[in-house]
Design a protein around this ligand. Structure first.
Ligand SMILES: C[S@@+](CC[C@H](N)C(=O)[O-])C[C@H]1O[C@@H](n2cnc3c(N)ncnc32)[C@H](O)[C@@H]1O
Length: 499
């Protein structure tokens, strides 16, 4: 698109962002241009200027434009683990403490697959009687999708998961569509509602659970925060919000607390007054631990643990001017030159000056791992987490440590946490692949090597999550390695299938 084209769309971008929060990046501008083009043609207007005048003052017209630009992709049981967690863990907790109906909202419900999945999952678990104990609401800004949702009529594309369960509840009609019985359709109410506009209508207040998945990805940070705040205001004191796994971490801005339930993260408005996000108090820094037993480490392409036979003694440090930045640089240089004892002494000096210096802890953990002082490194990572609960590097290093100690479940948990924090980080995918491979979970290994490969091919090697011990492998080598493993695993699968 030419610069003039981009400029011409600017007032429309601003208007749409103000009205519904959707933000267009440059690669999405063609979609916006095409929607505007359709409206101009439909109104038989001479051009963009005339349309801008109309759409700026006519609420109905802005809604027609919004209906054209929203992305409504959805399907039944998307991220099925969320429905399992709701039914198996969260519902029993809420049911135990509540006599009134349990209120569940699908915010940004699109054509209704998400709220109907909630209903079906609940019926599967608790039987038809559960209908009397829950109220399920779906809202969306797009008028067209709400009309479709009310009809409860779906094409094959909506059934990508758990087809057998779904087919129990749907009837195939001559039009080749699957129709939900009216008895079930009536259990979910659908309404048009803009999540950005306050106040919300009364029927969506006092929610116990909100599914707000795959909606916030289209908003900028400011809008994400505003809508998340709006939704948290809708929650009952013990309410929860589900987001999709790729967008969860972005909302960890202190509005609600992020909770981990097995592999799943969700936000919880604790019953504590105000439901704030309680920061833990800062503990004092750990003294440098005594030498921990040496643990045999595994060679790996993304090797964090470097062997050294050097015997070193810590130099006496005299920090006269407390030049923290320079001291950190010296510690880093020591670490890079494998003068580990000196590096640790400088880092401890730094931590005496600034007890909350997270990068000093991260460097120290890395140095300790390289010294094979694994338990001491683990303690330092926990120091980081005590100050920054969702620190990516600390989780990654804890995963590396758990892997070195053959604690596979713990390692997997840590690497999955890293991916919740930053889904584009390839190193945890690689480590997960290695663990699954070692456990002969070939499907898991294949998937994770594939994710590593995709990230390396599209984003390069830089986004690995470790700040201070850069990897000595090139993207091409890693890509080759992933392909090699995937070919091997593919072959194994075939063999298993033939035998
Ligand atoms: C990709 S769909 C997600 C559907 C479903 N939640 C899921 O995860 O499968 C995103 C939906 O968010 C809706 N949406 C976007 N901005 C909105 C807003 N400001 N208020 C309400 N809904 C909005 C869109 O119309 C679209 O239907």
């Amino acid at each position: 698109m030419t610069n003039t084209g981009v400029d011409m769309l600017m007032p429309f971008r601003t208007l749409i962002r103000q009205k519904c929060g959707v933000t267009f990046k440059n690669d999405g501008l063609h979609a916006l241009e095409s929607a505007i083009g359709k409206r101009i043609a439909s109104l038989q207007l001479p051009g963009h200027d005339e349309y801008l005048k109309i759409v700026s003052r006519d609420e109905e017209e802005i809604h027609l434009l919004i209906d054209l630009i929203t992305v409504n992709e959805t399907y039944f049981f998307r991220e099925k683990q969320h429905f399992d967690l709701l039914c198996d863990t969260i519902m029993p907790q809420i049911l135990a403490g509540k006599k009134d109906k349990i209120r569940i909202l699908s915010a940004g419900c699109s054509t209704g697959e998400e709220p109907f999945s909630i209903l079906i999952a609940l019926i599967e678990k608790y039987g038809m009687g559960i209908k009397a104990r829950v109220e399920i609401h779906g809202v969306d800004i797009d008028t067209n999708v709400i009309e479709t949702a009310k009809k409860g009529r779906y094409g094959k594309n909506s059934f990508r998961n758990d087809e057998h369960i779904l087919l129990k509840y749907f009837e195939k009609h001559r039009d080749h569509h699957y129709h939900l019985s009216s008895q079930l359709r009536e259990c979910v109410t659908f309404n048009v509602c803009n999540l950005l506009t306050q106040p919300f209508p009364p029927f969506i207040r006092n929610m116990d659970v909100i599914f707000y998945r795959n909606v916030s990805i289209y908003f900028d940070r400011e809008t994400q925060q505003a809508i998340f705040q709006n939704l948290s205001n809708l929650l009952n004191p013990d309410g929860r919000i589900f987001l999709s796994s790729t967008e969860t971490y972005y909302h960890n801005v202190g509005i609600l607390s992020l909770k981990q339930c097995g592999d799943i993260f969700l936000y919880h408005k604790n019953s504590v007054a105000g439901a704030g996000y309680a920061k833990k108090p800062m503990p004092a820094p750990l003294p440098t631990p005594a030498v921990a037993p040496v643990v045999a480490t595994k060679p790996s392409p993304a090797q964090v643990v470097l062997n050294t036979n050097q015997v070193q003694t810590a130099p006496k440090l005299v920090v006269k001017n407390q030049d923290v930045a320079a001291l950190f640089e010296s510690a880093l240089a020591d670490a890079e030159q494998k003068r580990y004892a000196s590096a640790i002494a400088r880092i401890d000096e730094l931590l005496r000056i600034d007890v909350a210096m997270l990068k000093a802890y991260a460097l120290k953990a890395g140095v300790l791992i390289n010294q094979e002082k694994i338990d001491a490194a683990r303690a330092v990572c926990h120091e980081i987490l005590a100050r920054d609960e969702w620190n990516l590097e600390a989780h990654l290093l804890l995963g590396v440590i758990a892997r070195v100690k053959d604690e596979h479940d713990e390692a997997k948990k840590m690497f999955k946490t890293v991916l919740y924090i930053r889904s584009t980080c390839w190193l945890p995918h690689y480590y997960l692949a290695e663990i699954y491979h070692a456990e002969h979970d070939f499907a898991g290994a294949y998937r994770e090597y594939g994710s590593t490969l995709k990230l390396l091919e599209t984003r390069g090697v830089r986004d690995h999550g470790l700040t201070y011990f850069p990897l000595s492998f090139h993207a091409e080598q890693l890509i080759h390695l992933c392909r090699h493993h995937m070919n091997k695993i593919g072959g194994l699968h075939k063999k298993a299938g033939n035998s």
